[in-house]
Design a protein around this ligand. Sequence first.
Ligand code: FAD
Length: 519
Amino acid sequence: MIACLEQRFLPESEAVAGTSSGDAQEEEWEEDLGLIRGLELHGPVEIDCATSPPSAAAAARDFGGIYRLPPVAVVWPASSEDVASVVRLAARSPRLTVAPRGNGHSIHGQAMAAGGVVLEMRPSMASLELVPGATPAVRAGAGALWDEVLEWCVGRHGLAPRSWTDYLGLTVGGTLSNGGISGQAFRFGPQTANVIELEVTRCSDLFFAALGGLGQFGVITRATIPLQPAPDMVRWMRVVYADFEHYAGDAEWLVSRAAAEAGEAFDYVEGFVLVNADDPVNGWGSVPLERGQRFDGEAVPPAAGPVLYCLEVAAYYDLRDADDSVDKKAEGLLRRLRHVRRLEFRTDVSYVGFLSRVKRAEEEARGRGIWDGAAHPWLNLLVSKGDIADFDRQVFKRILRGGVGGPMLVYPLLKSRWDPRASVALPAGEVFYLVALLRFNRPPPEGPPTEELLAQNQEVVDCCVVNGYDFKMYLPHYRSRDQWERHFGEQWPRFAKRKASYDPLAILSPGQRIFRRGQ
Ligand code: FAD
């Protein structure tokens, strides 16, 4: 039945054969509407999204802009009881599914429920409350944006979570269902490793199942996140490499436990690949941190290849620290790196300004019509250290040598900072790289057709498979059970068992396309 509903709304290229006839579908739709009309909730409900476009428009879309899958109803729960009522109601129907939707920043319809019920976790499930103690924490509603968490924690309490995402217009529940990765993860682990308590929690296994659980095991309604004192300022630096081996070697040293023990750690380490050309989006122009800074192309070694590598690091400090303490720390660390000396960039910004850096990029992209107005066929991978040099040769230097119309992140992370009891699938070794292809192309006809970009993503994935790389998709999306089993590998039996325990009818987050609704 779900396949059949999808056929009505997916782009043609995505259509799958359905089983119900048009009349049968209408009948089922009416039957489900009847059930939903009987719901007694504190929060508002919008019913029959096929005929009421405004709610359907939001709940049937996501940031990716590739899928459009209208639900039969949208619910804005006012409490956990509302959430529970909706899930219980779905269990009484033979086919209804329920998708919690954070801020809809998925790419491949993961927060959609074709013909099901979408639970809009914003704005009502977004409360913030301080939990005092030796390690203070914030108890955040799952629908709170990380932006809101930042502003509230720093502004009111001078405190902050330890681990972030680059972009903060994402919900607590949404990133905890995936991972939540940024330049602090090498030290503190992803956001899923920085949670004390979840409101879905009935037993510790469900707690870990839900973390990185792709919305499959329960609806997270609140999460308790430990806090630490927020620094005042950030020294933010970028240095450029022509040579991947030096780039990766330095980045791996900076994220290592040995560097931390030697007192040689930055507070944030990330990096990206750029095209070795004078191009503001894909190339040299993407590196400077301030207006007035200029990338001197003459400084690039003549032997450099089609792409360069930019290591991005940050050191936190307080205004009351001695004047030169951040200079000593940051400059001391930079001295031991092997980048091109004339290609160094630095700036000082407030802590909140630093964490809000992608918001500024968002404003600019909105102005250019490439935030809301275009599809974003993004691809995120986790590639093991053992394969990353070959990945660089095959993918960055060959397939993507012209760039992707936006950032191409590549930086190392440590597996030991992730909790193996959570549901996220990772490559085998201790060190692996996040690779993120964040495409911001103009919509066609000015920009390339979305199919072409999706085909290029597939070429990258195929390249990983053909070369036998040890890799996983981050924010994964697959079509078949086989592919999901391969994705989870030896963790699949645990994932499937958790599903059988916590959501045996496969009601939750159908947009992930892992399990089919049972009766
Ligand atoms: P949604 O897209 O709404 O939902 C994602 C999935 O989680 C769905 O399956 C949904 O059903 C489920 N879900 C949502 N809320 C709940 C809940 N309360 N309980 C149970 N399941 C739930 N990721 C990073 O790790 N680091 C980054 O720096 C980063 N930057 C990004 C920047 C942009 C511009 C975008 C678009 C994405 C970025 N992401 C990043 C990816 C992001 O973490 C995921 O797409 C995340 O799922 C989006 O959060 P959301 O709140 O919009 O969730």
